[in-house]
Design a protein around this ligand. Sequence first.
Ligand code: PEP
Length: 278
Amino acid sequence: MKRIPFIAGNWKMNCTTSEAVSLVEGIKALISDITPEQVEVAVCPPFTALHRVAQLIEGTYIRLGAQDVFWKDKGAYTGQISPVMLKDVGCTYVIIGHSERRGRFGVPDPDMSDELLKLFGDNDATVNRKITAALSHGLKPIVCVGETLSERERGLTDEIVRRQVIGALNSIPTESVENITFAYEPVWAIGTGNVCDAYEANRVIGMIRGIISELYSSELAERVRIQYGGSVTPENIEELALQPEIDGALVGGASLRPDSFSAIVRTTMSAKQRIGQK
Ligand code: PEP
């Protein structure tokens, strides 16, 4: 089974509209020859830039993603954005359950107490609701899972990731699962420069595929894309993309520059071609 590699850029809380315009114009110029059969590419700007970026990528192969979604269609939920709204603005993808929304930060933030860090409040149950709502409106979730440093040090990586994957897939029907991309993002690797060892990332991603196989079928598990995320750069992507289980990357910091993001896309394409996965 040849899965099409997938590179998504998570811009996080960066880019005013004008900054988003120059970033996306730069990316467009550098990957205009890449087709979605080679590598699928998505950018996930902040909500405020979605509309403008949607206009600029129209007619290209770049897809639009949001960074979060609420599970209700509309109503008295001040500050929230619904799946209906994301569809309306042109999103194909939505990141769900990012560790920064689950209150699990890679880089400690001295301005945020533990209590404040939990304010965004995502957990396995809310992540599952968001996935269900996104799928029901035709959005494709990019679901983030991963252990903290202390969980890894205590030997709990597999247990934590397993719990998150099973929680995410609770009551998700078979026919929807293929529309989900998982991103294995060890929390300690996000924004820290400490990329996960490629063999270890491949092992954990293989385990995630095994869980999908147990819950559904091995045929379906072979079709689900699972990215790696955490300090991916143009320098380390090749080793990651050469791993057979790793279907691309969710990229934070390095997605904020057209040259580094496009280099990650191109290197992924050539690495997958080399191992015959594309
Ligand atoms: C992320 O935010 O999903 C991420 C992987 O960030 P970075 O690439 O900056 O570690």
